[in-house]
Design a binder for this molecule. Structure first.
Ligand code: HEC
Length: 146
């Protein structure tokens, strides 16, 4: 009897130790990305709020209507028409305001910065789009960025 009890205590102690160790290493493992994640998310949300106040939901509707023919419904690009916006370093490198300004003018096929020989039309070829529309489109693009 005594031996069994002792064994159980020993097993319990070992278990407790393993659990504590596991919990500790879990904490330190998830602690680092957890601390990183909100700090990366926070500025982008703030940026969205301060920089144009884009609404990603409205932007998605607009993107589907005005941009998806060339950039695809998920912004992954359509071969020979529009580029993948989700992995674009160009998109990542611009602020929301700069991106809105870019979409307003587009990039002609003759532009030295053009990479495909295909034109990105001003406002995606839809002159009716307002700056607010474009801010929404940018908010949507930010939401699909990888
Ligand atoms: C008629 C096709 C077409 C439509 C519609 C279109 N685009 Fe484009 N877009 C392009 C092409 C082609 C490029 C790449 C130009 C180049 O080769 O540099 C491009 C490039 C871009 C880029 C820069 C990507 C990069 O990595 O250089 C952004 C941002 C962009 N488009 C956003 C939009 C948005 C937002 C809309 C909708 C309002 C839109 N586009 C509609 C064809 C289109």
């Amino acid at each position: 009897m005594r031996t069994t009890k002792l064994r159980m205590v020993a097993v319990g102690a070992a278990l407790a130790f393993v659990l504590t160790t596991a919990a500790c290493s879990d904490d330190s493992d998830s602690g680092t990305p957890d601390t990183d994640a909100p700090s990366t998310d926070a500025p982008s949300t703030d940026g969205g709020d301060n920089g144009g106040g884009g609404d990603a939901e409205a932007g998605k509707t607009l993107f589907t209507a005005s941009c998806s023919s060339c950039h695809g419904p998920e912004g992954l690009g359509v071969e020979g028409l529009g580029k993948d916006l989700t992995t674009s370093e160009f998109v990542k490198g611009l602020s929301n305001e700069e991106l809105i300004a870019f979409i307003e003018v587009g990039r002609s096929a003759e532009d030295p910065a053009n990479t495909t020989g295909v034109a990105m039309p001003p406002k995606g070829g839809n002159p009716a789009l307002t700056t607010e529309d474009l801010a929404n489109a940018v908010a949507f693009i930010r939401s699909i960025e990888k």
